[in-house]
Design a binder for this molecule. Structure first.
Ligand SMILES: [Zn+2]
Length: 95
């Protein structure tokens, strides 16, 4: 079972535990979270079955741009969560 999990490939979004379809870079949720300008080149250059050793430079560039966006989105989400936690703890002391 774990072998199958590995061959299916995990979503490329940093920190995402979801298994992506074998011919997909990311799970459906994160793929649609990518802006179209990043999705288009990643899709255009994606070759099913390729890995980092066989990928074209164009694909690597598209992938790097997508992951860069994902990391920034994750950082924003982390900041937002920290802010909300702080607001909650402040409310806790007020009430
Ligand atoms: Zn994902």
């Amino acid at each position: 079972m774990s072998r199958r999990y590995v061959s299916a490939g995990r979503c490329a979004w940093p920190g995402c535990p979801v298994t992506a379809r074998r011919d997909c870079l990311m799970c459906a949720r994160h793929w649609t979270a990518l802006p179209k300008r990043l999705r288009a080149p990643a899709w255009e250059h994606y070759v099913p079955g390729q890995d980092l050793a066989t990928a074209t430079p164009e694909y690597r560039e598209a992938l790097a741009a997508a992951l860069d966006y994902a990391r920034r989105a994750n950082a924003d989400a982390g900041r937002q969560a920290a802010l909300e936690a702080e607001m909650r703890s402040r409310q806790g002391t007020l009430w």
